[in-house]
Design a protein around this ligand. Structure first.
Ligand SMILES: *[C@@H]1O[C@H](CO)[C@@H](O)[C@H](O)[C@H]1NC(C)=O
Ligand SMILES: *[C@@H]1O[C@H](CO)[C@@H](O)[C@H](O)[C@H]1NC(C)=O
Ligand SMILES: *[C@@H]1O[C@H](CO)[C@@H](O)[C@H](O)[C@H]1NC(C)=O
Ligand SMILES: *[C@@H]1O[C@H](CO)[C@@H](O)[C@H](O)[C@H]1NC(C)=O
Ligand SMILES: *[C@@H]1O[C@H](CO)[C@@H](O)[C@H](O)[C@H]1NC(C)=O
Ligand SMILES: *[C@@H]1O[C@H](CO)[C@@H](O)[C@H](O)[C@H]1NC(C)=O
Ligand SMILES: *[C@@H]1O[C@H](CO)[C@@H](O)[C@H](O)[C@H]1NC(C)=O
Ligand SMILES: *[C@@H]1O[C@H](CO)[C@@H](O)[C@H](O)[C@H]1NC(C)=O
Ligand SMILES: *[C@@H]1O[C@H](CO)[C@@H](O)[C@H](O)[C@H]1NC(C)=O
Ligand SMILES: *[C@@H]1O[C@H](CO)[C@@H](O)[C@H](O)[C@H]1NC(C)=O
Ligand SMILES: *[C@@H]1O[C@H](CO)[C@@H](O)[C@H](O)[C@H]1NC(C)=O
Ligand SMILES: *[C@@H]1O[C@H](CO)[C@@H](O)[C@H](O)[C@H]1NC(C)=O
Length: 403
């Protein structure tokens, strides 16, 4: 039986000498509702955060407390958990510690502070995940091979809801969804702001990898890299009502990077996206050249993009990850099919507002362009190569070059 329980501040103070407080009756077991506050005095709060999540079905971290996360969080294999984060988790920027102990991900050589996995998990409460990224971004200036941790990784997770959470200053990507299914993020506020001259680089909002049925909606993102990125094997995904500022856009890829791998991105819709001060708007990027991988991008829709001051509002790039000679000899083996760019409006920073550059030899099939209202400071330039375009915006393009 589930019982809810609210502790008074006094009760929390009395109970704070315990590792964490059980808010319902003594032997409440997996139905326990607990409250966890920081130990203070420079202590690491990771061990009791881990054990509280193991023990309690619902864990509240009150708004007045900041947990000092100084050692890595392996929270995998959970069942029926509710983390009610009203306060803050701050990831202590102990660079030597995390460099050796962050959980590694071989894909694109990443590490992470926190793996959260299992089934039926809710993370909400209006609180904050603070990646303390400034130290990391600054250290990156003098060590360009420094591995910086992803703030939160959903790892082998199913049926997860992350809602009403703020995330600030991630050292690297804010969110990775790795081997997940049925994952929802709603009302997330992401903000990466550097107080030094070093940019908050690689601070992607979300990266999705080997995951199915992911929804991201109603969120505000201010960062320094992709707003959302669909990496290999992202399927059945809807991204909607996002306000992205300062980013590198909503990106499929890069795909087909690694020899011997086959990358799938299928059934992806990004709709109602406000994209401001960005490098790209809607983008699909795949590798060409010798010794790369292969894959398919199929049924991907970019719809209702409102763009402002964006360098490349619409991009297909199947050519730039190598030089022209190598691209002609080794066209991309990541094929694009059933791609829709619809209702795209706004302004670009330069003359080229749309560049759809496919590899030679029919790598792009059924590419649709409709309802473009894009302007540029100078004459508007729509360019394409190695592709036949369909839709009411196709006439904006000159005959595509063939290489
Ligand atoms: C967090 O914990 C570490 C390890 O105990 C400690 O060195 C650091 O000072 C703590 N940070 C804060 C803000 O208390
Ligand atoms: C996380 O903990 C689980 C359970 O103890 C263990 O099986 C798994 O290997 C750990 N994962 C990592 C990456 O350390
Ligand atoms: C740079 O970062 C890498 C990876 O985190 C680490 O192995 C290396 O020791 C660092 N180099 C310096 C000079 O700190
Ligand atoms: C997906 O997860 C949500 C919880 O976030 C759950 O309510 C829903 O039933 C799940 N859907 C499926 C098809 O399992
Ligand atoms: C949006 O991005 C621009 C350029 O990166 C930045 O100067 C500005 O402060 C950002 N605005 C907000 C509201 O974060
Ligand atoms: C993607 O899924 C396909 C089909 O299941 C599989 O063959 C391929 O190895 C997967 N690719 C990656 C990068 O996981
Ligand atoms: C894409 O959606 C279609 C239609 O719902 C479905 O038949 C197909 O299996 C989906 N593809 C993947 C890879 O899930
Ligand atoms: C295309 O993907 C969307 C989800 O993004 C899905 O709703 C639709 O059924 C898919 N269509 C086909 C033909 O697979
Ligand atoms: C490829 O790179 C060139 C030079 O940097 C650039 O002008 C062009 O826009 C790029 N093409 C695409 C499709 O990104
Ligand atoms: C083009 O790329 C290929 C393969 O990556 C490389 O072998 C070749 O030297 C490059 N050519 C030029 C002109 O850069
Ligand atoms: C979006 O595009 C579709 C089809 O191209 C069109 O029917 C619809 O009216 C457009 N929606 C808006 C809000 O412009
Ligand atoms: C475009 O269509 C023509 C006529 O069907 C075809 O011959 C050509 O190969 C197509 N080009 C590409 C790049 O798909």
């Amino acid at each position: 039986m589930r019982s809810t329980f609210s502790l008074s501040l006094l009760a929390i103070q009395v109970l704070s000498s315990l590792q964490f407080s059980l808010g319902s009756h003594e032997n409440s077991g997996h139905d326990a509702h607990c409250t966890l506050i920081a130990k203070g005095n420079g202590a690491d709060d990771s061990p009791h955060f881990l054990s509280a999540v193991q023990t309690c079905s619902k864990l509240t971290i009150p708004s007045f407390t900041t947990l000092n996360i100084s050692t890595r969080l392996n929270m995998t294999g959970l069942r029926d958990k509710h983390i009610d984060l009203q306060g803050t988790l701050r990831f202590n920027p102990d660079i030597p510690y995390w460099s050796g102990n962050g959980f590694p991900f071989p894909f694109q050589t990443q590490i992470t502070f926190w793996i959260l996995g299992g089934t039926n998990i809710v993370l909400d409460g209006g609180g904050t995940l603070d990646g303390a990224g400034q130290d990391w971004w600054d250290a990156f200036t003098t060590n360009s091979s420094l591995l910086r941790p992803i703030t939160m990784t959903l790892f082998q997770a199913t049926d997860v809801l992350v809602e009403n959470i703020k995330m600030i200053n991630s050292p690297e990507w804010f969110n990775l969804v790795n081997e997940g299914k049925n994952i929802t993020y709603r009302n997330i506020q992401i903000n990466a702001v550097s107080t030094s001259t070093q940019r908050p680089s690689n601070t992607d909002g979300w990266d999705i990898y080997r995951s199915d049925q992911v929804r991201i909606s109603d969120s505000i993102i201010n960062n320094g890299d992709d707003c959302v990125s669909f990496k290999p094997n992202s399927t059945n995904i809807i991204v909607s009502n996002l306000d992205c500022n300062g980013s590198h856009g909503i990106s499929v890829g890069s795909l087909g990077q690694f020899p011997g791998m086959f990358d799938i991105v299928e059934n992806v819709t990004a709709t109602n996206i406000k994209m401001t001060n960005a490098e790209n708007g809607a983008r699909i990027k795949a590798w060409a050249g010798p010794n790369v991988g292969s894959g398919i991008v199929k049924n991907v829709t970019f719809d209702m993009f409102m763009e402002s001051n964006v360098e490349n509002p619409v991009v297909i790039d199947q050519v730039n990850m190598t030089n022209a000679t190598a691209c002609a000899a080794f066209p991309s083996n990541t094929f694009l099919q059933d791609i829709w760019f619809t209702n795209i409006s706004g302004t670009s920073r330069g003359a080229t507002v749309v560049n759809l550059a496919c590899s030679p030899d029919g790598r792009c099939l059924d590419i649709n362009v409709n309802n473009f209202k894009l302007s540029a400071p100078s004459p508007v330039d729509f360019t394409c190569q190695n592709v036949n375009l369909t839709g009411n915006a196709a006439a904006l393009f000159p005959t595509c070059t063939v290489t």
